[in-house]
Design a protein around this ligand. Sequence first.
Ligand SMILES: NC(=O)c1ccc[n+]([C@@H]2O[C@H](COP(=O)([O-])OP(=O)(O)OC[C@H]3O[C@@H](n4cnc5c(N)ncnc54)[C@H](OP(=O)(O)O)[C@@H]3O)[C@@H](O)[C@H]2O)c1
Length: 256
Amino acid sequence: MKISKLFNIEGKIALITGATGGLGSIYAEGLAENGAIVILNGRNKSKLDEIVTKIKSNGYKAYASVFDVTNLGEIESAVRVIEDEIGPIDILINNAGINLRAPLDQFSEEDWDKVIGINLTGTYKVSKAVVQSMIKRKTGKIINIGSMQSELGRPTIAAYAASKGGVKMLTKGMAVDWAHHNIQVNGIGPGYFKTDMTKALHEDPEFDSWLCNRTPSNRWGNAEELLGALFFLSSDASNYVNGHMVYVDGGLLSSV
Ligand SMILES: NC(=O)c1ccc[n+]([C@@H]2O[C@H](COP(=O)([O-])OP(=O)(O)OC[C@H]3O[C@@H](n4cnc5c(N)ncnc54)[C@H](OP(=O)(O)O)[C@@H]3O)[C@@H](O)[C@H]2O)c1
């Protein structure tokens, strides 16, 4: 078996939520450059159109799909439009996410609901809408984006950690329910990457130096370094891999 065939994603239709963000846009570009037809989601149409135009100008196939991952009605109608106008979704990447920071005793219920609603419940809602046609076609790949906080706590981000720990267990739950339909559900847990979400951290010299000392690779990750795990989990190379998280973290989780 040729490796190029095993990892081939040419012609596959991939929906990436939160694709206007630092990591989601890299996932979309990487999949498109390797022949996938990518559908980029976010809530901001002009931001989405900008990235879609960039991908298309490089000769690849890309579309925008505006919906909020917390709104099941919006999700279901967006998925219907995608399936009718582009084709059935082969690969779903549940990447949309937010982080809000405050010590838990001062964390508002509204913010708790927002973080859990987008990161965890959003993953469930989009998957539930997309999996229906995967079940009928007996094929599909779902990749849920976790975090170091799928495994570890940190001060001021208990809601985020609860949501990402939930994403890890939801990944296992989905894998168990859907594996017999030949659907593989796995997750990627990125370490620390410089995006808008981590701006407060990478602009803080104290955190920057703490992180580089704490991480065995002694540095932040480059977003493109997530693509290896993404291609593995999106392709036939992972056809018997189900319910696992792949941590791309420079060794951070392996060290205290
Ligand atoms: N950066 C890191 O170091 C890191 C580490 C571990 C895990 N992660 C995870 O990786 C994912 C992407 O993070 P990032 O760093 O790329 O963050 P980012 O740059 O802030 O991007 C977040 C994305 O999520 C979208 N989004 C937020 N709420 C949404 C909603 N309700 N519906 C649809 N889209 C929504 C945003 O789009 P709009 O606001 O335009 O709608 C944006 O495209 C997140 O799940 C994050 O938890 C990141």
